[in-house]
Ligand binder design. Structure first.
Ligand SMILES: [Zn+2]
Length: 159
């Protein structure tokens, strides 16, 4: 009898473990608040062309083991899986607000607007597009932010 009680006790603990693991998993599917704020800005900047649901159909994941060379990637949707934006957590942690915004906008440029890279530069060496292969400085982002947003949406024909 004692043994059965013990087995019941441990299987209950085991079951609770599964339930709490599943809750934690479901929780992680919702993008972090800071990404939600960027998504809301992106919707406003697109003049309401996209809905929140359309954008959050894309999954946002962090990855942790990296040499820092690739700071983010859009994995395109397939017939069996939705698009995923993967972000280098170590880089994300040290990025400023505008750098994070530029990273998310760039990846949404791939995943949502289906844009490729555009690698030209102004005379001051700032890129002419957020869709440049390489991330740029905070100075360039601040100087050209309004232009970059316009360029992103005009190029894809959204506005
Ligand atoms: Zn890219």
């Amino acid at each position: 009898m004692k043994t059965i009680n013990k087995i019941l006790k441990y299987s209950l603990i085991f079951l609770l473990g599964i339930v709490s693991y599943q809750c934690a998993f479901l929780e992680s599917l919702k993008p972090p608040q800071i990404i939600i704020q960027i998504i809301e800005k992106f919707i406003r900047d697109s003049k309401g062309e996209f809905t929140y649901e359309q954008i959050t159909a894309i999954k946002f994941n962090f990855y942790y083991e990296t040499d820092g060379a690739i700071i983010a990637v859009c994995k395109y949707p397939t017939l069996v899986s939705p698009a995923v934006i993967e972000l280098d957590f170590n880089v994300w942690e040290i990025q400023s607000d505008i750098e994070r915004k530029a990273t998310i906008y760039h990846e949404l440029g791939h995943c949502l607007l289906h844009e490729g890279h555009r690698d030209s530069y102004f005379k001051d060496h700032c890129p002419t597009s957020l869709m440049n292969t390489y991330s740029t400085t905070e100075g360039c982002l601040k100087k050209y932010w309004k232009y970059y947003v316009k360029e992103l949406f005009i190029y894809s024909g959204v506005r």
